[in-house]
Design a protein around this ligand. Structure first.
Ligand code: GTP
Ligand code: MG
Ligand code: ZN
Length: 384
């Protein structure tokens, strides 16, 4: 179980292909002293996770690191400290995340759900086989642009400054678009709603764009996100040069596919880089995405700065640059509607989360108050 670290040679860490670097080694040092093994989570399945360690892949139990905060549940992409002794083996600690892609769950409680962590590229796969849903793409982009972890996300006050996740839009199944002109118009349409984001048409069927994509994901960790049937696993297999991920025919009637992939899987690419394939998502709810919304709709925020009134609501105010842009056709009304809708949704979620945190704090105070009163009563009872 020792590291292959022969004297005289430059030591190559067995986890280097998984993204292990000096910074992780520094963070891990105190755990190494306790005899724990570093590892990267390659799959999570109901409380158990597969962790790649220098001792091979272990199936470890996460019972010790089950947090009250769902954002801290062990996720594919996480770096962890595993206790190699014991049956079962346990994950003992979750290392602070550099970045994470988080959406809100559709449940009433609207909690954050972490879909992938420690990622450098967020690849949003949009199928050209079905009609484009610009609103959905704007949502994905807003979340992707908010994926750089803040101290709050890490939950333990540790900062992860300097780490960013780059979004990339992949237009998959480009072979199904009848001609090059149509394709380049589609690319331009998407580029307009994704300022500063690379938009790349690819086809696993013809190989178009695959080299360029392979070069992008050839370093760091990338996560493939998108609706079911978009061709994520096919693309993963194309890059792997092998049928590792199961692929299934999409239902052509509604293009929604069948949710072939059911767990998030971390794969090492032969040319370097790490890829996380995920199950299809019908949609994503915003989560703490105000900064991301601002970036996705940067042209609207730029215009808003030119409005006559600094608190312009862009409804009917005189000298409104946003309405002016809609008037002269340089800004689409759909875009403004979408911006407003996403901002409202983000505020609603934030307010709900605040309310939940407040009521949890209140419950905790009440509980402590009751305990305190009980202790006082016992004390009085004893002195009587
Ligand atoms: N024409 C065409 N079909 C493709 C391409 N890539 C994938 N497909 C087909 O699309 C269907 C769905 O592909 P998958 O790779 O399973 O899609 P997925 O995104 O992984 O789906 P989930 O795992 O359900 O999220 C399969 O029938 C693939 O053969 C492509 O580049 N061109
Ligand atoms: Mg799949
Ligand atoms: Zn205005």
């Amino acid at each position: 179980m020792s590291f292959p670290n022969s004297p005289g040679s430059v030591p190559s860490h067995p986890l280097a292909p998984y993204g292990w670097d000096d910074a992780w080694a520094d963070i891990f040092a105190p755990y190494a002293e306790q005899g724990l093994l570093p590892g990267r989570v390659v799959r999570v399945d109901r409380g158990l996770c597969d962790v790649v360690t220098p001792a091979g892949t272990l199936r470890a139990d996460t019972a010790f690191v089950v947090p009250r905060d769902p954002m801290r549940i062990v996720c594919t992409g996480d770096w962890v400290a595993v206790d190699p002794d014991g049956d079962p083996q346990f994950v003992r600690a979750l290392l602070p995340r550099r970045t994470a892609f988080v959406r809100s769950t559709s449940s009433q409680r609207s909690e954050g759900q972490v879909l992938a962590t420690n990622i450098d590229h967020i690849v949003i796969c949009v199928s050209l086989a079905v009609e484009l849903d610009l609103g959905r793409l704007e949502r994905f982009l807003a979340l992707a642009m908010s994926a750089t972890a803040g101290a709050a996300l890490l939950g333990d006050g540790t900062s992860s400054a300097g780490h960013e996740a780059q979004p990339l839009v992949l237009l998959t199944k480009a072979d199904l678009v009848p001609d090059g002109t149509t394709l380049s118009h589609l690319v331009q349409d998407i580029e307009r709603i994704a300022p500063g984001v690379q938009v790349l048409p690819v086809s696993s069927a013809t190989g178009e764009g695959v080299d360029v994509f392979g070069a992008i994901v050839g370093s760091g960790t990338s996560v493939l996100l998108g609706t079911s049937g978009a061709g994520k696993s096919t693309l993963a297999n194309t890059l792997l040069g092998a049928d590792v991920m199961h692929v299934q025919e999409a239902r052509e009637v509604d293009g929604k596919g069948r949710h072939t992939t059911t767990t998030r899987n971390l794969l090492v690419l032969p040319g370097g880089g790490v890829l996380i394939d995920t199950p299809g998502l019908r949609g994503v709810g915003l989560w703490d995405a105000q900064a991301g919304v601002g970036q996705v709709f940067s042209e609207i925020e730029d215009l808003a700065r030119q409005c006559r009134f600094h608190d312009c609501g862009h409804e009917a105010e005189p000298g409104c640059a946003v309405l002016g842009a809609i008037e002269d056709g340089s800004l689409a009304e759909r875009r403004l509607d979408s911006y407003r809708k996403l901002l409202r949704e983000n505020h609603r979620i934030a307010a709900k989360t605040d309310a939940r945190l407040r009521s949890e704090t209140l419950r905790e105070w009440k509980r402590r108050g009751a305990e305190g009163r009980e202790a006082m009563a016992m004390k009085r009872g004893r002195t009587r």
